[in-house]
Design a binder for this molecule. Sequence first.
Ligand code: SF4
Length: 264
Amino acid sequence: MENDLTLVRGRIFNIQRFSIHDGPGVRTIIFLKGCPLRCKWCCNPESQSYKQETIVTAGISKEVARDVTVGEVMQEIEKDRAYYRRSGYGGITLSGGECLWQPEFSEALLREAKERGISTAIETTAFADMNVIRRLLPHIDTVLMDIKHTNSQKHKEFTTRENELILENAKNIAREARTLIIRTPVIPTFNDTREEIAEIAKFACSLEGVTEMHLLPYHRIGSDKYAGLGRKYEMAHISPPSKEHMNELCQVVKSYGLKCLIGG
Ligand code: SF4
């Protein structure tokens, strides 16, 4: 018989199997709808609004959101359990969108996974009330948290939100989470100078227990989706950073005593 957790409902737009980038081992990524930010470079623009939307791909219209129960998502997750075991320490990762904006669903899904012995991670901006984050933390093994910029005005210019809440929450999450990894999307014209990455690395290494930072190079995958949603992609003129530049930025991060991965 299903328990109460499996009946909790949420809104997602994708479940991606066999990911090796969003947490340790082989992961199943559950993409939730709704995000408080509007990053100009976002490769999942269909994640941003909580509302149902229509996206047109190759002339075919399709609805973006799927309303599901925790039980339905767990059925999908269970198909991948053998792969988690084989990869040693795989599991699920809640992504988005922002999973903290559907706290009941996220908490129930994370709890249910943990009760079944499955490892859990979230990818988050941490732009939420710390009390909401505290509800979820006991059920999370790894928090992958974005720090996009240390300058609040620039953060706002490119994401529509200031960063004070994010930086404050980072300090609390560092103290209270099992494992916190800081991730930074490297976006030319926004944060790709040595100085800007150094500021983020300096902040990351000041966080209790944080030893690792991931640099995620800007890419244009997903830019076509903007047209499909009837929106304009504002970063069309931006080229991805070179490998050499990413390596240089990685050295900057390492100079702060942090382990650095490109891609993550
Ligand atoms: S935080 Fe992530 S999901 Fe939200 S707008 Fe930015 S890139 Fe997109």
